[in-house]
Design a protein around this ligand. Sequence first.
Ligand code: ATP
Length: 237
Amino acid sequence: MSLLEVERLCVDYAGVHALHQVSANIPEKNVVSIIGANGAGKSTLLKTIAGVVKPNAGALRFEGEDITALKPHERLDRGIALCPEGRRLFPELTVYENIRMGAYRVRDRARFRSRLDFLHAVFPRVAERGNQVAASLSGGEQQMVAIARALMSHPRLLMLDEPTLGLAPKLIHEVARLVRTINSEGITVVIVEQNAKLALKISDHAYVLETGAVVLEGKSSDLLASDKVQHAYLGGD
Ligand code: ATP
């Protein structure tokens, strides 16, 4: 079953066509990756799903309901969370304070505690650094905190924008493992990645964007094996 359906989405930024008739299906409990070159429209797609960018045309359906007109916080309440590119932590706040921000819509104390317990289990390193200011963390640790913060809302759909950007290879693998752990909790994940190989390895299904349009889609394992994809996106020969 589809958790999210993206239907012929068009986004213009003052005359620039960032997305043109983009359609996609995000099946429940899958990991779906969006790959493509710089400026292809990947971040715009995630921002439009989160509701921070308004489409000029097209529709979004979540659990069968039209959410195109909903505000970002209303989408968050339904379970759509975005972990934006560049981490965007509050540098002067502690790790714990940053994480708490992610739960600003969670009113129920027991629910808040249970989310925190989940995060402690999944991110032991983050938990150890709860009282440290975010600015003092390494890039990889900051990325973990940003993902932990997005998980505090208990999303059904977690969107990760370039989570491995600027990370050392060891940490890239840690992020990949984390995506699998999150997914094994039943959370559907959409991941935007410059690192196409990694994205295809950890996802079930993938979409390739080029200048705002979907040019290829399929099972990630098929795309990984395709000569065309190898040449164009994976630097293979
Ligand atoms: P990257 O991998 O470099 O982050 P991307 O695939 O995520 O790229 P987007 O950031 O979605 O691409 O950008 C798609 C296009 O829209 C680009 O041409 C970009 O310059 C343009 N664009 C993005 N945001 C804005 C904005 N706020 N105003 C005007 N143009 C924008």
